[in-house]
Design a protein around this ligand. Structure first.
Ligand code: ADP
Length: 311
């Protein structure tokens, strides 16, 4: 997956449009009636793969997701799905869309199979096809053996997989998941991330989250939003590159620790016998005895947001 960004100066990576472009955002802006631009002039071009859409709370991710899921329209700019303008012709994208909202409202008394058949009917699948797809999708998310169990009796992770199964009923080419790991335990989160990777293939999967580790292993592309603007778009490696040479390991005496915290962006600290070992972000070495370290994706994410804030 590649991205283009010809317009916004804060965007960090400029790449040609992908050969197999599926989705294009052209100066997409969404304003709430009070005039607040929750999404502000975003340009992106996406092909198959997993896009991790990251940003702190309030960045505009949900507002963006709602537009992509055709639940709202840009107030200006265009969303284009396979050459078709989504605002003008939303049904083209809807037919290709699978959406896992944050809260997909389960019906605890229904079995997983009954729920999927019901959702298939809501999506307009004929009865025979609905029954077949319900079983195929449960199989796809590893829940064939649980098909007859009531949703209320399933674990959070299993319920989330039922949510993915319902999003897959129409074999979507665009799969959108909004903060899908909220409430899952670490094992379930891992399993969920693997599942999304398996499902990517020829699809475009958009995974919206504020947790970097949710997309660390799986995303082929990252897009980072801050205050409605896209402040980074590119590969995870390109994001790491932005922070290279800016992360330091430094052991300071305990009485200097507060001063270091107020002068630098400290991401971690560890008390030790010889002082406090600090991991911090700085464009130049904070001291002669500070050691440069390889940035983690979390470091790089924090760094991009901090630089956007200073810009
Ligand atoms: P995120 O999903 O990244 O947390 P949102 O899309 O929910 O971000 O919100 C983006 C911005 O839009 C925030 O500043 C938020 O306060 C604002 N916002 C969200 N909903 C409304 C609304 N109904 N009216 C006005 N502003 C809103």
């Amino acid at each position: 997956m590649h991205l283009i960004e010809p317009v916004i100066p804060t965007l960090r990576v400029v790449a040609p449009a992908p050969a197999a472009e599926l989705l294009r955002l052209e100066q997409v802006t969404f304003r709430y009636p009070n005039g607040h631009a929750a999404v502000d002039g975003v340009n992106l071009s996406l092909g198959p793969g997993i896009l991790g859409l990251l940003g702190p709370n309030g960045a505009g991710k949900s507002s963006m997701m709602r537009m992509l899921a055709t639940l709202s329209r840009p107030t200006s700019g265009r969303i284009v799905w396979k050459d078709s303008d989504v605002a003008r012709d939303p049904d083209v994208l809807r037919a290709a869309l699978g959406y896992l909202p944050q809260d997909f409202g389960v019906y605890p008394a229904l079995s997983a199979r009954e729920f999927l058949r019901y959702m298939a009917a809501v999506k307009g699948l004929p009865r025979g096809l609905a029954h077949r797809r319900a079983d195929e999708c449960l199989e796809q998310v590893g829940l064939a053996a649980e098909a007859g169990r009531r949703l209320g009796d399933l674990s959070g992770g299993m319920r989330q997989r039922v949510g993915i199964a319902q999003a897959l009923l129409n074999d979507p080419q665009l799969l959108i998941a909004d903060e899908p790991t909220v409430g899952l335990d670490p094992g379930e989160r891992l399993r969920f991330r693997h599942l999304l990777t398996e499902l990517a293939g020829r699809r475009l999967v958009i995974l919206c989250t504020h947790i970097v580790s949710d997309v660390e292993a799986s995303a082929t592309t990252l897009a980072i939003m801050r205050k409605g603007k896209l402040v980074f778009a590119g590969t995870p490696d390109a994001l790491l590159e932005c922070a290279r040479g800016k992360v330091w390991d430094w052991t300071v005496s305990a009485d200097r620790f507060d001063q270091v915290c107020s002068s630098y962006r400290v991401s971690n600290s560890q008390r030790r016998a010889d002082g406090v070992r600090v991991r911090l972000m700085s464009p130049v070495a904070p001291a002669r005895d500070a050691e440069p370290v390889s940035p983690s994706l979390e470091d790089a994410y924090v760094n991009v947001l901090a630089e956007a804030e200073e810009a």
